[in-house]
Design a protein around this ligand. Structure first.
Ligand SMILES: Cc1cc2nc3c(=O)[nH]c(=O)nc-3n(C[C@H](O)[C@H](O)[C@H](O)COP(=O)(O)OP(=O)(O)OC[C@H]3O[C@@H](n4cnc5c(N)ncnc54)[C@H](O)[C@@H]3O)c2cc1C
Length: 376
């Protein structure tokens, strides 16, 4: 069903389950982006959801988009692909729609909503990860152009991306010294590094991006000069909601699998779930999933309504990433040696969950943010 007509967006990727889940263990082992699996996601309309119809979008709300991404997490066992898909929606499309000029939106948004151009956003640098305000990559204005120099690190989708949103310094260190630029992959001076080998999310490729005298027209800037931090804040709120909604779907699927196993696997003459030590782990998994759900959709609604949700977003990020890690650990324990085998796909979930406390602002930085909002 087309994304713009589906009464409930949750199920839009479900019809593509077989294609998405084909040969998962192989793709995880080789650690490559599965290009063929991008196609069913394009056909599902997932990438169109939160965008305006004039750019090929489905005009759905933020929480409807979250529901679709939760559905993707439940359907697709390829957490790397799922992460790349949420990055596709949020990294360029969301800021382009909110802050891009009419010219930029008209030229690039249709490529984003169709999924034809894979997108990435480049914020982190080798010397500045958590310390985002002090990033060093610069853009210096020369007439009608900016000249960009520097380097970015750990950029999701970069090895396969056609469009990049670059967060760079146009002013002094601090919140108002950052600006945001859109660059095509083949812009002279923009070099994408080789994919970096990773522990988890192995089908979501990440790499360095180097900028050497990259010349971009002034018109490629999103928003005004110095608006980079405001744009980043807008994007990060949605990145947390979208990528961790995916994790909610993945956790709900994991819980189902665990319950099924605990009620069928027999030891000492009864199902292992009859043991309190096992049942309590499953009860904790259920609490973790439901807590994640409440935070995600409560915060999603607040953001959708334009309410102040800075503390909520930080708390949601911590709650869901830690729930994902806890439920993945419990799943391995409950599956025993079978959980430790690569073939069952259970151990992969723990590897995939590990990065969630690092990306989108580490959990330590999120706790700092909550403490600061509390006046500490
Ligand atoms: C899978 C994955 C995908 C990513 N995708 C992207 C992407 O698409 N684009 C992009 O720009 N970046 C991306 N990143 C990078 C990510 O944003 C950074 O890894 C993150 O911001 C942390 O930076 P760092 O790794 O340099 O760690 P550091 O900043 O060096 O921190 C190391 C440790 O010290 C702690 N720490 C640092 N400062 C403080 C402090 N003040 N108080 C308390 N603790 C502190 C951190 O919490 C962390 O535990 C990705 C990372 C991963 C793992």
């Amino acid at each position: 069903m087309a994304a713009e007509k589906a009464p409930d967006t949750y199920g839009i990727t479900a019809p593509y389950a077989d294609e998405l889940n084909d040969d998962i263990t192989h793709w995880d082992r080789v650690g490559e982006f599965p290009h063929d699996k991008w196609k069913p996601l394009q056909r599902s309309g997932l990438f169109t959801l939160p965008f305006a119809p004039e750019y090929g979008g489905a005009g759905r709300t933020l929480t409807e988009t979250m529901a679709a991404l939760e559905g993707l997490g439940h359907t697709s066992r390829d957490a790397g692909l799922n992460f790349s898909a949420s990055t596709q929606i949020v990294s360029v499309g969301i800021p382009l729609q909110a802050f891009g000029s009419e010219d930029l939106r008209g030229r690039y948004l249709p490529q984003v909503t169709s999924g034809e151009a894979i997108t990435a956003h480049a914020i982190t640098e080798p010397s500045h990860g958590s310390d985002v305000m002090n990033i060093r990559t610069t853009a210096v204005r020369e007439g009608d152009e900016y000249v960009l120099n520097g380097g970015k690190m750990f950029i999701t989708n970069a090895p396969v991306a056609g469009l990049f949103l670059l967060y760079v310094r146009t002013g002094k260190p601090g919140a108002f010294g950052l600006s945001t630029f859109l660059a095509e992959r083949d812009t002279p001076g923009l070099t994408v590094g080789e994919p970096l080998e990773t522990m988890g999310l192995r089908t979501s490729p990440i790499s360095e991006v180097t900028l050497e005298d990259v010349r971009l027209p002034v018109g490629n800037r999103l928003g005004s000069e110095g608006a980079g931090f405001l744009i980043m804040d807008y994007v990060m709120k949605r990145e947390v909601l979208f990528s961790f909604a995916v994790n909610l779907g993945e956790m709900a699927h994991r819980l189902k699998r665990v319950v099924e196993h605990a009620t069928t696997r027999q030891q000492f003459g009864s199902a292992i779930g009859k043991n309190q030590a096992v049942a309590h782990k499953i009860a904790d998994m259920r609490i973790a999933v439901e807590t994640a759900r409440k935070w995600l959709y409560d915060t999603g609604l607040k953001v959708e309504q334009g309410k102040d949700a800075s503390l909520d977003v930080a708390a949601t990020k911590i709650v869901v990433s830690e729930a994902n890690q806890l439920t993945a650990r419990h799943a391995i324990q409950i599956f025993g040696a079978r959980g430790y085998l690569t073939g069952t796909g259970i151990e992969r979930e723990l590897r995939n969950a590990t990065a969630g406390s690092i990306y989108s602002g580490t959990n330590e930085i999120q706790r700092n943010c909550i403490a600061a909002l509390m006046g500490l």
